[in-house]
Design a protein around this ligand. Structure first.
Ligand SMILES: Nc1ncnc2c1ncn2[C@@H]1O[C@H](COP(=O)(O)OP(=O)(O)O)[C@@H](O)[C@H]1O
Ligand SMILES: [Mg+2]
Length: 265
């Protein structure tokens, strides 16, 4: 496989947590580049590891997810930065779920694989992802306005090692992290997909039946310099523990009447 050469195109986002650059490779593909600098305190090595591991798990479970490419890119000043490119699709229309407001009231009419889309709640519960709530980390795309949207997942930096267990809401094995509705909101309009046990059962099954070797394989996707042995053990422990709990976690959430969409109480 030819190695991608990514070049800086423009600054996309500049936030406290770090910048995102739009980059382009020699084949004209667009990518979104995030990198680590000592000053960008919270986007650190383990978060790159979280991204790589979560993406590998998503793939293993049959969820579409952006390709990731570890890369060095020269920025506007010419200084090289080391980071991760999230590769974009080439399609006429590429928008986030958040931006696709028009489809929020009847998403089933506008997206392909709607049941699989529902099941990302199960995946996110497993990896303790609270960062899907805004609807920015779910990308929709299509080439023709008459078509339904295809979709894929991005941005798993706040999962696994850097999931909110760090935010002092109780140790990660505490009951808090088994009550999905306490820490997880789905994006606006998502509940209009209509959630049911039948829709979520296949993903629950897939996660329950994932062998430990598949989890090991995913963890191996993180290069040694981004994740130390302790971090690896932590992630493995978390995944194995929540794998056993996932059915209970989802059953409780399905039965819970006050399920939340982001920004709605
Ligand atoms: N593969 C991709 N395809 C399309 N858009 C993307 C992709 N990766 C990132 N983006 C866009 O860039 C934004 C920021 O990227 P993200 O990885 O979510 O970083 P952040 O940590 O800033 O949330 C996303 O909300 C999305 O709009
Ligand atoms: Mg994001």
């Amino acid at each position: 496989m030819v190695k991608n050469q990514w070049v800086f195109k423009k600054l996309y986002k500049n936030k406290l947590q770090g910048q995102v650059w739009i980059v382009e490779n020699q084949f004209g593909q667009r990518g979104y580049f995030k990198f680590t600098t000592p000053r960008q305190w919270y986007y650190s090595g383990p978060m790159i590891a979280d991204e790589l591991i979560a993406a590998a798990l998503a793939k293993e479970l049959g969820l579409p997810v952006a390709n990731l490419d570890l890369a060095v890119v020269r920025g506007p000043t010419g200084a090289p930065q080391k980071g991760l490119v999230s590769v974009g699709v080439s399609a006429k229309e590429v928008i986030t779920w958040e931006e696709a407001k028009k489809i929020h009231h009847n998403p089933n009419e506008h997206v392909n694989n709607a049941n699989l889309l529902c099941s990302i709640v199960v995946f996110d519960a497993w990896i303790v992802n609270i960062d899907r709530a805004l609807g920015r980390n779910l990308v929709l795309y299509r080439n023709n306005p008459a078509d339904k949207f295809d979709w894929y997942l991005i941005d798993h930096g706040h999962t696994l090692h850097d999931s909110p267990h760090k935010w002092k809401r109780g140790e990660w094995k505490s009951r808090h992290w088994e009550r999905l509705w306490r820490f997880h909101s789905v994006p606006k309009g998502f509940l209009n997909l209509g959630f049911s046990r039948e829709k979520l059962e296949p993903m629950i099954n897939k996660i329950e039946n994932l062998p430990p070797s598949a989890i090991d394989q995913a963890i191996k996707k993180a290069p040694r310099k981004y994740l130390n042995p302790r971090g690896r053990l932590f992630i493995k422990g978390l995944l194995l523990y929540r794998q056993k709990k996932i059915r209970t976690i989802i059953t409780r959430w399905l039965n819970y009447k006050g399920k939340k969409e982001f920004g709605r109480s």
